[in-house]
Write a protein that binds this ligand. Structure first.
Ligand code: ZN
Length: 324
């Protein structure tokens, strides 16, 4: 009750002093933002146990980095040479970004801040045509394609994500949640939540907790964290992230209403979700949010509405699951 009253009072005050408060927020946020030396990656530190990452929403195409190539030459050991063409087997890279996802992630940050949960935000301003931070390990060469300048910006992106994750771990008893924000063009017009479970696993109703990026959360909440049932409620239960977002009127997979993609398009989670979540242990969880094209290309007002609902979903999920 006290919290509700406080929120109402705060809202009323905000209305009265809105222009001043807004200017102050903008000034503070600009002052605290950090940038990489090349001016391509922006890190806005937060204070909540939440990290937002927007790797594919950039539009800058500086000429000091060469364009990535869509096709490379596969070597005998399975790697790719991106500066060569070959008549035999080739490997392919995705070059096109996720329009408006940086703006959506920024709006989500602002709505969460209004709700008292200011998340950390790492936003890539560089176009995916030049560098892809969501590649790494065996696919690193696809992301930077042998360009030392691309590698420098790539390292800056991951350096900031690591800083944010470490800051959250220190202040949130080792816990935290990273949401890697993307957009996709699958014709089903649904938003996809990726926990690293493959489409075939979701289709057959298998939810092995140890193979997910929310392994820490499942372990905290269940005595038998190895059981498929223990992860099921977080992935397709009524209070799962997908079901919470669905309650605002969006089609989401997986969720209680659409538990599995079946034959539809689905991204299960990329390098960032794999690298920073709890798949390999710990209590810092992650998930990939792949926003439907119907929102990505919607009017600014529609995108803002979705951002408000995504922020509300994150707030509900964070408060219910020990990230706040
Ligand atoms: Zn993407």
């Amino acid at each position: 009750m006290r919290l509700t009253i406080l929120r109402v009072v705060t809202k009323e005050k905000l209305k009265m002093f809105c222009p001043i408060v807004l200017l102050l927020i903008v000034a503070l946020s600009t002052a605290s933002d950090r940038w990489d030396p090349d001016g391509q990656v922006q890190y806005s530190p937060g204070s909540a146990c939440i990290v937002l990452s927007a790797p594919h929403g950039g539009r800058q195409r500086p000429d000091w980095i060469s364009d990535r190539r869509a096709v490379g030459c596969e070597t005998a050991d399975g790697d790719c040479r991106w500066n060569a063409t070959c008549p035999g087997s080739s490997c392919r890279a995705l070059l096109y970004g996720d329009p408006n996802t940086r703006e959506i992630a920024t709006a989500v940050r602002d709505y969460l801040t209004e709700d008292g949960l200011r998340p950390h935000l790492i936003a890539n301003h560089m176009d995916r045509m030049k560098m892809d931070p969501n590649r790494g390990g065996p696919t690193l060469s696809e992301g930077i394609q042998c360009d030392p300048a691309a590698k420098r910006v790539y390292d800056s992106y991951h350096g900031f994500v690591r800083q944010a994750v470490d800051a959250v771990r220190r202040s949130c008893r080792g816990r935290g949640l990273l949401l890697d924000i993307h957009g996709q063009h699958h014709p089903q017009n649904w938003t996809e939540i990726g926990y690293l479970l493959r489409k075939s696993q979701l289709n057959s109703g298998q939810y092995p907790a140890a193979s997910t990026s929310i392994r820490g959360l499942v372990g905290r909440s269940s005595r038998d964290s190895a059981s498929s049932l223990s992860a099921r409620k977080f992935i397709i239960g009524d209070r799962s992230f997908g079901s919470l977002l669905n309650s605002f009127g969006y089609r989401v997979v997986p969720s209680a209403s659409v538990p599995a993609p079946e034959t539809g398009g689905y991204y299960s989670g990329g390098f960032i979700t794999r690298q920073y979540g709890s798949l390999t242990g710990g209590e810092f969880d992650s998930m990939q949010v792949e926003i439907t094209q119907a929102v990505m290309y919607a009017s600014e007002a529609e995108r803002d509405r979705f951002s408000r609902h995504l922020a509300a979903t994150i707030g509900l999920f964070a408060r219910a699951n020990g990230y706040a």
